[in-house]
Design a protein around this ligand. Structure first.
Ligand code: PSU
Ligand code: MN
Length: 351
């Protein structure tokens, strides 16, 4: 038929003259930009405990090759506590919930490569869309993007190191991490060591209150006034809005939120702050000095926007001559162990 011939020649011309590939059809599962592992699907369906883990700490936090051993170690900690780990990240333009060991190695090995993206909420459509269009990038997901993907996969608990927050001077720069708005809109419980004091901690807590986010600090037996922790140190000088004593209490709070707001899209995130283990805590004065200098240099050298946090993190590492690394590692391990315990407790009470 002459018409079909002309269509054929039109399409082959189009193919030669443009670089854009045919986008996958909606039923083509092999090129769907989101992949949830079978283990995670089975566990969430049957109510088994699952813990989400982020990957910006591997791509833009811990250096290679320590990041690989950390990533595998965190997964082991979750398993040892009787829960399933789901490390989340973007591999070759596909968002993966439940990375394989090989994929974790690939992503962690891509740390330091300028093409490797730090993926927050705003970056997800870009990196996944570019993947569909043929440019396949790797990316480490931040707390915000990890929460979003965890929630999509039906995971309720997420363990990490430090949370993004309201930056110092935000009244001028408006630099407020998307982690905070994500907590305001996505029902995932995040267990972290609070946030680093290069951020403005009082403003961060104000912002979370406005967003309706429940913020509790684990007091593990301590009584009296408990600070919201500042990552390397247990003291921030800012009192925690609420205090809890155990993973059972955290699980009960998650359960209560679900019972009072049955509709998932109306619920928001919860933040459980787990102070750094006492023996690793760095004196506040010592760490404050390094943090203040890091913030000064970031301002002087013009590192703002999404480049600000990674710059400050690497500067702190340099200024403390690597002394901050064991503390950093210890607190992440402790948070992930706590997250696994919370997930296990939650699985016992949610039928
Ligand atoms: N703070 C830390 N360590 C980190 C991060 C923040 O102490 O690794 C990472 C987390 O992935 C967090 C992200 O979600 O940085 C926040 O970046 P931003 O401030 O650009 O939103
Ligand atoms: Mn920011």
């Amino acid at each position: 038929h002459p018409f079909s011939r002309s269509l054929r020649s039109f399409s082959s011309t189009a193919k030669r003259t443009t670089q854009i590939r045919r986008l996958p059809s909606k039923n083509d599962a092999s090129v769907y930009p989101l992949r949830i592992s079978d283990d995670v699907k089975n566990a969430t369906r049957s109510g088994q405990p699952v813990v989400a883990l982020e990957s910006t700490i591997y791509t833009h936090g811990f250096p290679y090759p320590d990041n690989i051993s950390l990533a595998l170690d965190l997964e082991k900690i979750v398993r040892d506590h009787g829960a399933l780990p789901a490390t989340i990240g973007v591999i070759d333009g596909v968002a993966c919930v439940g990375l394989t060991e090989k994929e974790i190695r690939t992503l962690a090995s891509a740390a330091g490569n300028p093409e490797t993206m730090k993926v927050s909420r705003r970056d997800l459509p870009f990196i996944l869309g570019m993947g569909l269009a043929g440019k396949k990038l790797h990316g480490g997901t931040t707390v915000a993007a990890t929460m979003l993907l965890a929630s999509r996969a039906g995971i309720a608990v997420f363990g990490t190191g430090g949370l993004g927050g309201v930056h110092r001077g935000a009244e001028n720069t408006m630099d407020i991490s998307a982690d905070l708005t994500e907590l305001g809109r996505t029902p995932v419980a995040v267990i972290s060591s609070g946030c680093k004091s290069f951020l403005d901690i009082p403003k961060t807590l104000e912002y979370l209150e406005t967003q309706g986010v429940t913020v509790c600090t684990f007091a593990d037996g301590r009584t009296g006034k408990i600070d919201f922790p500042a990552f390397y140190t247990r003291e921030s000088g800012v009192q925690s809005p609420m205090v809890i004593q155990s993973p059972q209490e955290a699980a009960a709070i998650i359960r209560a939120q679900k019972l009072t707001i049955p509709q998932k899209s109306s619920r928001c995130g919860l933040l459980f702050a787990n102070p750094i283990p006492e023996e690793y805590s760095i004196p506040k004065l010592e760490i404050d000095e390094a943090i203040n200098q890091a913030v000064r240099e970031a301002t002087e050298q013009g590192f703002h926007g999404h480049a600000n946090t990674p710059f400050i993190l690497s500067k702190i590492k340099e200024l403390t001559k690597g002394n901050s690394i064991p503390a950093n590692r210890a607190l992440i391990e402790s948070n992930v162990a706590m997250a696994a315990q919370v997930a296990v407790e939650l699985s016992k009470i949610s039928i």
